[in-house]
Write a protein that binds this ligand. Structure first.
Ligand SMILES: [Zn+2]
Length: 271
């Protein structure tokens, strides 16, 4: 007689807790993005990437239409990324290559992955009750930057510069408006601050690989001097606060397979 395996307890802390849901878009303009995410199994790959996290409950990662809102958010174990945000990322990306030689593919893939990693950081902080000094939004940016930097060398460069590209666009967009004082009351830092924080983490991680953070992306030398220390602080926090919650065998497996490399189904990406 076969005995059924006991069903896992609902609130058991265990890995492989990320579920995915790709809702078909209402807006036909988003059909192509839906098709891409589906055909490349982007959400499934991200779920696999996050599978080492030992969490007390399932996290649902969903992509859906948000009635025109360019948004992404986390609430109560649900990560929602709006098609509108993914479309916005594509609209900002250069048609082929940017003037500095950045590929369209990088300007799309970098910020897209960064978006999911950032939202997953909120889920991790919440569900694991991770203690944080400072703004949670900054900590989520650091969590994401850390993981992007630990893709392999070449991919880390593509992901970081792609994300920086959108950060620069967003910074210019906000700076072109007459920003009122209340803008700075937001939970997020000014896009320009988030942009420089990302560049500083990258430069601190590897000042040779990211030498152009200073020479091209305008990271001021006086900030750059302290970036090795800033990166070391992120590294310490990640190892002390996050790594103990990772299943070591699965984490090794995910890293060996380089899930963030050649993302997703490259090289024939045009959008
Ligand atoms: Zn956030």
């Amino acid at each position: 007689m076969l005995l059924a395996a006991p069903a896992p307890a609902q609130n058991e802390v265990r890995p492989d807790r990320v579920r995915t849901e790709l809702v078909a878009p209402d807006n036909s303009a988003h059909a192509f993005i839906h098709w891409q995410l589906k055909s490349r199994a982007t959400l499934e790959r991200l779920a696999k990437f996050f599978s080492p996290l030992r969490l007390p409950r399932d996290v649902l990662m969903t992509v859906k239409g948000c009635n025109g809102e360019v948004d992404a958010y986390y609430e109560d174990a649900v990560i929602t990324v709006c098609y509108e945000y993914l479309a916005y990322i594509r609209e900002q990306a250069p048609a082929a290559r940017s003037e500095e030689g950045l590929r369209r593919r990088d300007a799309v893939v970098g910020p897209t992955i960064d978006l999911f990693l950032h939202e997953m950081a909120h889920a991790v902080f919440d569900l694991l009750k991770i203690p944080l000094f400072g703004r949670e939004e900054d900590a989520a940016d650091q969590f994401s930057a850390y993981l992007l930097l630990h893709a392999d060398r070449e991919e880390a460069r593509a992901l970081i510069t792609g994300t920086a590209f959108l950060g620069r666009v967003e910074s210019q967009e906000v700076m072109s408006k007459n920003t009122e004082l209340r803008y700075f009351a937001r939970e997020h830092g000014h896009p320009a601050q988030r942009y420089f924080n990302l560049l500083c983490a990258a430069y601190g991680f590897d000042p040779v690989l990211f030498a152009d953070a200073v020479s091209h992306w305008n990271l001021p030398p006086e900030r750059a001097r302290g970036c090795a220390q800033e990166y070391a602080q992120i590294d310490r926090a990640f190892k002390a606060l996050i790594v103990p919650h990772l299943d070591p065998v699965l984490w090794e497996e995910v890293r060996a397979r380089k899930f963030l490399r050649n993302w997703p189904g490259q090289p024939n990406v045009r959008n």
